[in-house]
Design a protein around this ligand. Structure first.
Ligand code: GLA
Length: 763
């Protein structure tokens, strides 16, 4: 007997396939569905191909995505939006007519992946220069394979042996798609790839779209921007050799005028790449809107040898009807469920202490032990020694590259400190910046050619340092071995992996000139391979991605790192804005947030310790203050608030985030709400920035609760209005709302709701 749905090339994943099947098969399938439900398995995704119409359809969670092979053999985009009925079928794809003699149909037909050739004027996904001077490339469908929730579609040039395999994977829980392209050289000569994107995402035609994106700079990352999608092209990018903070590789598009954060259609996506990247949002001459992205095409030129292939970064994208809030909640769920190390159950973040703001480069054994003892006394779970412990690192002019303990500061090596930290019941973390070198270092004196440079040209320094060329296999191996030895010789539980400048003069003179630009890809691949190999050799190791703050946060590095550092700006009010932007794209479960000294080094703002804690408790809590300056009262407050954080940590790090009031557009208040993964606990944080003219704090209408369940409220910090009931229904908290008693500048409050009844059941 044929397997159910067993046409060659057809998915046999159940669920949405049920309706296409013969009765016997459908029955078998329903039985298997029932047993799957019993076993509490996650809902499956479905990928189907209709041989008659030549249409591919992907369904999962709330999303349907469809494209077809049209009469020209192009992959024509058909639909991306809310999930359709299982019985809805798409007609075959037909290319659209061109526009006069100036726009052949290749420009007016929305395509999944299109190469530059045959009169293409819109954004291409692929551009190649061949050794004979030909630069024309026209891809046509060849074959496909469905493998569970993965679809592989192979295209080929009309005459050359150039193959491109598009990969699609749909996440059963969120409907988020992962797409990439693999370009294969089966010709008999090398060729140069000048542009390689992972995918084009086509949106339904509309002329009222609005683009949301994230911009920033050092100490001011994660600024949320929005602008109408106009005819023309908006390019979000990094040309820095790394992810960068100038733009983050994330976008979201909704309809203008949609102001409810939890309603309305949103198409959103993020690239998984920590090198130079590009996302182009284009509204073309016939008003179609497409988003495409991958390697940055500026200065790109990957020499692909015959027989070799190049895989683009992954481009993830999703759809929701639940507004910008819904889009970020889906991304958070996806990151926890599918991206982070140990997904779908990554461990919760421990409360950490970091010495950087307290000591800067003045670290030594006695000083660190003194801080560690104080940190342990307030409930800190991980102690991290930051910069300054190695080589001749007494300031930022020397030492990077010399990864051995400084003999004056640590005469007995790191062991006494690490043992002490462990004895205090904390794990131990260490700061490293492995891809960098100070010219004033042993490493550079021995290997001046290990950095990125063009011979005879200046080597521009940033923070007095140069970038090691990780694309070189010997440099890659040296970095790996150095870190591996450090981890073998010391009981280190955690690395804070920093990266404090971007590229300049990206030369690689040791390879032939036509191969030098491969550095843009090979460097990052080697960076990922070091992270992967270290994790494999040290399975308990955890890593934080940091780049002078939030300059290296993306879905590529997050596959290898457990947490990220969003910004060096640790002022607790500025952090509200930074954290608001960060969580548009990334989960609060990886967003490190330290409580530091007041007044802040960044802006001299003075904030109470409680305010600083409540700001940081909205992410993964850390402490970075100089504990040597704390009063007994500070220690008592910190101890209490760290204990409180531990009681809400799972809700904050794994829950659903609702932005009740955003700290943007001159708002005098902001408030966030986190509903825990099982809905039992909800936490609300409220902040008053300035209290001009004594206007009362607006009533907070909670979201995401069960209207019929009963919830008991308790203040975590600060006051609720005296008239607030102790218990009320979800309907009350959401529709009647709650007042918090905040009246003065830079005040904050937090409260929890604990569900008293089972979901959906009245008391
Ligand atoms: C970067 C990081 C900081 C700190 C310093 C140390 O700026 O973002 O947190 O580690 O480097 O030099």
């Amino acid at each position: 007997m044929q397997p159910c749905g067993g046409r060659p090339g057809k998915s046999i994943v159940p669920w949405a396939s049920v309706f296409t099947m013969a009765a016997g098969c459908a029955l078998a399938l329903l039985l298997s569905l029932a047993s799957a439900a019993q076993a509490q398995q996650p809902p499956a995704a479905a990928i189907r191909y209709d041989n008659t119409t030549r249409v591919f359809r992907l369904d999962a969670a709330g999303v349907t995505y469809a494209f077809g092979v049209n009469e020209a053999g192009e992959l024509q985009s058909l639909y991306w939006g809310a999930r359709l009925a299982a019985g809805d079928s798409f007609p075959a794809a037909h290319s659209r007519p061109g526009w006069a003699s100036f726009d052949p149909p290749v420009n007016t037909t929305p395509q999944e992946f299109v190469a530059w050739g045959g009169g293409l004027y819109v954004e291409p996904d692929l551009k190649i220069t061949f050794p004979d001077g030909n630069r024309d490339l026209v891809l046509r469908y060849v074959s496909h394979r469905i493998d569970g929730n993965r679809l592989l579609v192979t295209m080929k040039d009309i005459s050359l042996e150039v193959y491109v395999t598009l990969e699609y994977q749909i996440d059963p829980a969120t409907g988020i798609l992962r797409r990439s392209a693999t370009i294969e050289n089966r010709t008999d000569a090398p060729f140069t790839i000048e542009q390689a994107f992972a995918a084009t995402w086509n949106l339904p035609r509309a002329n009222d779209y609005r683009l949301h994106y994230l911009t920033g700079r050092w100490a001011a990352e994660w600024q949320v921007q929005q602008q109408p999608v106009h005819p023309g092209k908006t390019v979000l990018e990094s040309r820095r050799g790394t992810t960068g903070a100038q733009n983050n590789p994330w976008f979201a598009i909704d309809h203008q005028g949609e102001n409810d954060p939890d309603h309305g259609a949103v198409w959103f996506g993020a690239l998984g790449w920590s090198g130079s990247w590009e996302i182009a949002v284009e509204q073309d001459q016939v008003q179609d809107v497409r988003v495409s992205g991958g390697f940055n095409s500026f200065d790109f030129g990957y020499l692909l040898q015959k027989g070799q292939s190049l895989r683009t970064p992954d481009f993830y994208a999703g759809y929701t009807q639940n507004g910008m809030g819904g889009a970020s909640r889906l991304l958070h769920q996806f990151e926890i469920g599918s991206i982070l190390p140990h997904a779908p159950s990554p461990p919760l973040r421990p409360v950490l202490y970091n010495s950087w703001e307290a000591t800067q480069f003045s670290v030594d054994e006695a000083g660190q032990i003194a801080l560690a003892e104080k940190a342990a006394s307030i409930g800190v779970e991980r102690f991290v020694m930051d910069d300054g412990w190695f080589g001749e690192r007494n300031n930022d002019h020397a030492g990077l590259g010399d990864w051995y303990p400084n003999p004056q500061k640590f005469p007995h090596g790191l062991k006494p400190l690490i043992d002490k930290v462990h004895a205090l019941g904390m794990s131990f973390g260490l700061w490293v910046e492995p891809e960098m070198v100070n010219p004033d270092s042993r490493l550079y004196r021995e290997h001046p050619d290990w950095v990125l440079y063009f011979p005879g040209r200046p080597r521009s320094e940033g923070r007095n340092q140069l970038v090691l060329n990780l694309a070189r296999p010997d440099v890659r191996d040296w970095v790996f071995n150095t870190l591996n030895d450090l981890l073998n010789q010391n009981a280190i539980d955690f690395l804070k992996w920093d990266y404090n400048r971007n590229w300049s003069e990206p030369g690689w003179p040791q390879v032939p000139p036509d191969q030098e630009k491969n550095v843009y890809v090979d460097f990052i691949r080697n960076y990922y391979s070091i992270l992967a190999e270290l994790r494999q050799k040290h399975p308990k190791l955890e890593i934080e991605s940091c780049s002078g703050g939030g300059g290296r946060v993306d879905l590529g590095v997050m596959r290898y790192t457990d947490e990220v550092w969003p910004s060096d700006n640790t002022d607790a009010y500025d952090r509200l804005i930074i954290q608001n932007g960060f969580t548009y794209a990334y989960t609060p479960g990886v967003m490190m947030a330290w409580v530091t000294d007041s007044p802040s080094w960044a802006n001299h703002r003075t904030l109470s310790l409680e305010y600083r804690f409540l700001s940081s408790m909205q992410g993964s809590l850390g402490v970075g203050a100089n504990l040597n300056l704390w009063t007994p009262q500070d220690f008592a407050t910190a101890k209490k608030m760290i204990a409180q954080y531990k009681s809400i940590r799972e809700t904050v790090q794994r829950g659903r985030l609702y932005r009740l009031i955003q700290p943007i557009d001159g708002s005098e208040q902001s408030a966030t709400e986190y509903v825990g993964p099982d809905g039992r606990q909800t936490v609300v944080f409220a902040f008053l920035h300035s209290s001009s003219e004594m206007y009362p704090y607006p009533r907070l209408y909670l979201r995401g609760l069960d209207r019929t369940a009963t919830y008991r409220v308790s203040a975590l910090d600060g006051q609720l209005d005296a008239g607030t009931p102790q218990e009320a229904s979800g309907a009350w908290w959401m529709s009647h709302g709650v007042y918090v008693d905040l009246t003065g500048d830079f005040q904050a409050a937090a409260f929890t709701l604990e569900r008293q009844t089972e979901p959906g059941r009245a008391p």
